[in-house]
Design a protein around this ligand. Structure first.
Ligand SMILES: [Zn+2]
Ligand SMILES: [Zn+2]
Length: 228
């Protein structure tokens, strides 16, 4: 049986998604269909924000995040590694922790010294790291939700560009945008005061959260019409 522990790392969660959803994903979905599913469930999560229903937001964003991990698996992107390269306990633009971008008129790009000892071990540590860089008290949840929507749009755009060129340079852009999207997922969970790892452990205590099988046996029609 495959399950997610509260102490999961992103890498372990990515492997869990490969074990449970790798087979149906390979048979049924292309990368562009996967990003459509990421967008689809993020939008449902945003509806939860508008209606002030944290449970609805949590469930839909966890589904969106699982599609996001499926996409990372298809591209063979190690998202844990990319997130650390882009956010080494510092904002990727201003190089400060907490981020000081708002104090500058335009984001400044600085070379930063990376302290490997601060590398988060678990997903919970990663969520704490993002709270330290981008404190949830400095924005409201709607702001965090809008930022999440912007970033999923940027990831889609980078995939479209990559699909046209298949160049390494454009693939780097896909990796950057993936790390930015990850940071925004954790940002919304920080704004809700919900532990993403804890919520994932509850949802994925046994294989697929719907059919409870590994590999998932949900049929295609159920997956594309799934409403949460
Ligand atoms: Zn900054
Ligand atoms: Zn299933």
């Amino acid at each position: 049986m495959a399950s997610v522990k509260e102490s999961t790392t992103i890498g372990e969660y990515q492997a869990f998604v490969a074990e449970v959803y790798g087979l149906p994903n390979s048979r049924y979905f292309s990368a562009s269909e996967m990003i459509t599913n990421v967008e689809r469930f993020i939008m449902r999560g945003l509806k939860g924000i508008r209606k002030e229903e944290n449970e609805r937001t949590t469930l839909n964003l966890l589904i969106a995040f699982s599609w996001f991990m499926s996409l990372m698996n298809q591209f063979h992107i190690d998202i844990e590694d990319e997130a650390w390269k882009r956010f080494p306990c510092l904002c990727s633009y201003c190089g400060d922790c907490p981020c000081s971008c708002a104090k500058h008129k335009a984001p400044v790009s600085r070379k930063v010294a990376v302290d490997e000892s601060k590398h988060p071990k678990t997903m919970q540590d990663l969520q704490r790291m993002f709270e330290a860089i981008y404190p949830s008290g400095s924005r409201n949840i709607e702001h965090a939700g809008i930022h999440l929507a912007e970033e999923v749009g940027e990831l889609s755009e980078s995939m479209l560009v990559y699909r046209g060129s298949h160049s390494d340079k454009d693939f780097e852009y896909v990796k950057h945008e993936s790390a930015d999207l990850l940071s925004c997922f954790l940002g919304v969970f920080n704004s809700m005061g919900v532990s993403m790892a804890q919520a994932m452990a509850k949802m994925f205590s046994e294989n697929c959260h719907v059919c409870k099988k590994a590999p998932c046996e949900c049929n295609f029609a159920e997956v594309v019409k799934y409403k949460s």
